[in-house]
Design a protein around this ligand. Structure first.
Ligand SMILES: Cc1cc2nc3c(=O)[nH]c(=O)nc-3n(C[C@H](O)[C@H](O)[C@H](O)COP(=O)(O)OP(=O)(O)OC[C@H]3O[C@@H](n4cnc5c(N)ncnc54)[C@H](O)[C@@H]3O)c2cc1C
Length: 373
């Protein structure tokens, strides 16, 4: 931590307490944050915080992104898909976009005027991205895109959608490219149903489909056929953001359970006086600290540009497995109240489950680690 990061933490904490926390229930019911919330976050400089200042970003590093993600986890927020927009989509554009593309899209993303999403997953292709079937066929200065995607976070609000599509005849990863669709008023772009999930109710996770959707060739990121490599290069950062949110959520769960165990009584004494409660919380606190130490190590490596695929995968799978386990054990301390959604621990329990699935399932993480052995 530095003074700069501490200031950002204070700013984020105040902003989220005022603008996000009071709306969590409403946004969960409407399955999306209010659109204006993105603009409000942009106005105080929380978006694209690690993109260069010349493109409207904050000029910070991944550490700045991590601070915002941690603060979100510390209020048990599962509505705002900040990381998809700021830590993931903006970084694809920053890494692979031309000068013209960066100038056209990043300032709007930093102001919250353009919301970003990324569409890799299809009904028949999740873990196996090489099986993607969406096609982008050249017709003059445009690609004509056809296909369907599912589970797309920010599906309702997205103005910029990075689409992984097949531009070549080659099989597997070689024919894949990343193309940015500017979705406002775009013919052939359809938003399907909002998916009903067991947790993370405030997120606008949707199906999307494309029917003869014409996108300028100028919106291709990098070169044709580079898509699979671009995805593989960016996924370690995505996985690290999931690990960062997982460890912060685990820490928060322990804090909540300790607080509850001090106030609730049974058999004439505090829950915290029972040896079982004390031991469970002692174990959870220890595991959360061990996890924090490992994830901080990964953040430092990433800041040095030295976080490899296998280590990022270790962080993602271990942190999310432990997040689920720690939250489950902490929920037990709340008894029946832990199962009631007005208690944050209940929302955290449901929200944690998907962390082991998206960003590459934890089984795929182990495959990637095993390949490095
Ligand atoms: C809430 C939510 C938000 C999401 N947001 C996005 C988004 O914004 N953009 C996006 O593109 N995607 C998104 N996803 C999709 C997510 O990344 C995929 O669900 C995930 O990659 C798994 O793909 P799948 O669901 O098709 O499962 P499958 O690939 O069908 O896997 C099913 C099971 O088989 C296992 N399996 C598969 N292959 C192997 C293997 N080789 N070895 C061992 N086990 C294997 C998996 O681990 C899993 O347990 C989101 C998903 C959810 C639920």
């Amino acid at each position: 931590m530095t003074d700069d990061l501490d200031e950002l933490r204070d700013l984020t904490r105040r902003f989220l307490a005022k603008e996000l926390e009071p709306n969590q229930d409403l946004w969960s019911r409407q399955h999306a944050v209010d659109r204006e919330f993105w603009n409000a976050a942009g106005a105080i400089g929380l978006l694209c915080i690690s993109c260069p200042e010349r493109y409207g970003g904050g000029g910070g590093t991944f550490a700045h992104e991590a601070v915002v993600i941690e603060e979100q986890a510390r209020i048990a927020d599962d509505c705002w898909a900040y990381n998809v927009h700021s830590t993931i989509v903006a970084h694809y554009i920053n890494a692979y976009g031309s000068e013209e593309q960066k100038r056209r899209w990043l300032p709007g993303m930093a102001r919250g005027e353009l919301v970003g999403a990324i569409a890799m997953t299809e009904p028949g292709a999740g873990s196996d991205l090489q099986a993607i079937r969406t096609t982008a066929v050249r017709d003059g200065d445009h690609y004509v895109i056809n296909g369907s995607k599912t589970f797309i976070t920010n599906g309702t609000h997205c103005d910029l959608l990075i689409i992984a599509a097949r531009t070549g005849e080659e099989r597997g990863g070689k024919g894949l490219s990343l193309i940015v669709a500017e979705t406002r008023g775009l013919r052939g772009f359809h938003r399907g149903r909002v998916l009903s999930k067991i947790g993370q109710h405030g997120q606008d996770t949707r199906e999307l489909s494309f029917t003869d959707m014409r996108v300028p060739v100028a919106n291709l990121l990098g070169e044709e056929g580079q898509g699979f490599g671009q995805l593989m290069a960016q996924l370690p950062q995505e996985r690290l953001t999931i690990a960062v949110s997982a460890v912060a959520a685990a820490e928060h769960a322990v804090d909540l359970a300790v607080e509850y165990a001090k106030t609730r009584t049974a058999f004439g004494q505090q829950l915290l006086a029972f040896q079982n409660t004390r031991f469970v919380l002692a174990e959870c606190r220890t595991e959360a600290l061990a996890l924090r130490t490992f994830v901080d190590h990964c953040i430092m490596r990433h800041l040095d540009g030295a976080l490899d695929m296998a280590t990022a995968s270790m962080a993602k799978y271990l942190a999310t497995d432990k997040q689920s386990e720690i939250i489950d054990r902490c929920l037990q301390i709340f008894g029946g109240y832990g199962y009631i959604t007005e208690y944050p621990i209940a929302r955290m329990y449901a929200g944690a489950r998907v962390q082991r699935i998206y960003g590459g399932t934890n089984e795929i993480m182990k495959e990637l680690i095993a390949r490095s052995l």
